[in-house]
Design a protein around this ligand. Structure first.
Ligand SMILES: [Zn+2]
Ligand SMILES: [Zn+2]
Length: 343
């Protein structure tokens, strides 16, 4: 790969378009792998990054934290991978020494750095990742579907399986179904739950239905509380996933969850939320955080995708050259689900 160059989408200034540049293809160091990126997913977080809302990000750099590709060069001391392996790239680079890493909760690592955030990510033709961040997947799974496993799929998996501990007897609701929610429906279905989904967009609700939602509610036309009260005979939901993340959406979740139920904070777009003290405390309702996922969640989600139990939903693919258009579509709500750069 010496002296060769590649295309990369570089964020040079906040609040500005990314710039497609020719950069040298990097060489993997000890313990690292060079990956030929085949698909790189776009996330709402890419918009927050572009806006300069994430203080840890230093410019210029290459964003992109949902990556799938092929191993194409190995650094020294990399034994578990071969050239040509199909891999997804875990986002979190763990310190493996803090109390969270050593007790199986690496997603809470106190010395965390992340590919696509503090280090260059996947919006380029080749990227470097530590070998410890790679997980293989089989030929059944197309790269663009595999790409969204590390974030959109695994994050919902962690939220549903670990944070909410959803079971077959549960009724759950996903508020603001979309890029993550379409994956979440399939995961909750796998655990046997009865699923409500909300959106203000009928097209999104139709997709939700197709992927297994039992009840769809358009909150611009229907009264969410009344619909759920009616269908559940007043029992309400066991767990609510707030994929909206605005000031009022946690309370919306609390309103439709049963006493002792849980609201999981999946989405974020505003900095604070407001919730009722009495109605929450006296009914022992829980508001639960969630951040990313752990390696075990990635291993399990890959298996579920390989077996066809989860079919990652991609709304649209774009060429790397069209990244600014893709981000624009995401910002303007034109993307009804996850979108992916294909290379
Ligand atoms: Zn993301
Ligand atoms: Zn750590």
């Amino acid at each position: 790969m010496k002296n060769k160059t590649m295309k990369a989408a570089v964020l040079e200034q906040f609040k500005k378009d990314l710039v497609i540049k020719e950069l040298p293809i990097p060489t993997p160091k000890r313990g690292e792998v060079l990956i030929k990126v085949r698909a790189s997913g776009l996330c709402g977080t890419d918009l927050h990054i572009q806006d300069g809302r994430l203080p840890t990000i230093k410019l210029p750099y290459v964003p992109g934290h949902e990556t799938a590709g092929e191993v194409c060069a190995l650094g020294e001391d990399v034994n578990c991978f071969e050239i040509g392996d199909r891999v997804i790239v875990a986002i979190d680079i763990l310190c493996n020494t803090c109390r969270f890493c050593t007790t199986g909760r690496g997603n809470l690592c106190v010395n965390l750095t992340r590919l696509g955030f503090e280090r260059d990510g996947g919006h380029q033709e080749y990227m470097i990742a530590p070998a410890t961040n790679l997980l293989k997947f089989n030929d059944n799974v197309p790269f663009e579907k595999a790409a969204i496993i590390p974030d959109a799929v695994a994050c919902m998996y962690h939220a549903i399986k670990n944070q909410a501990q959803v079971r077959a007897t549960d009724r759950i609701c996903i508020l603001g179904v979309g890029g993550l929610g379409f994956q979440g429906i399939q995961i909750a279905k796998h655990f046997g739950a009865e699923i409500f989904c909300t959106s203000r967009n009928d097209e999104k609700l139709e997709i939700a239905k197709k992927y297994g939602a039992d009840h769809i509610i358009n909150t611009s036309k229907q009264n969410l509380y009344e619909v759920i009260k009616d269908i559940t005979s007043g029992e309400m939901c066991d767990a609510v996933f707030d994929n909206i993340g605005i000031n009022s959406s946690i309370q919306t979740g609390l309103d439709i969850c049963r006493p002792g139920g849980k609201v999981i904070m999946v989405g974020y777009s505003e900095d604070t939320f407001q919730a009722e003290f009495q109605g929450t405390a006296m009914k022992e309702k829980e508001i639960i955080g969630i951040r990313g996922s752990n390696r075990r969640d990635l291993v399990e989600t890959i298996r579920l995708v390989e077996k066809g139990i989860i079919d990652p939903y991609i709304y649209k693919t774009y060429a790397l050259d069209d990244i600014n258009l893709a981000l624009e579509d995401l910002k303007n709500g034109k993307s009804l689900g996850r979108t992916v750069l294909k290379m």
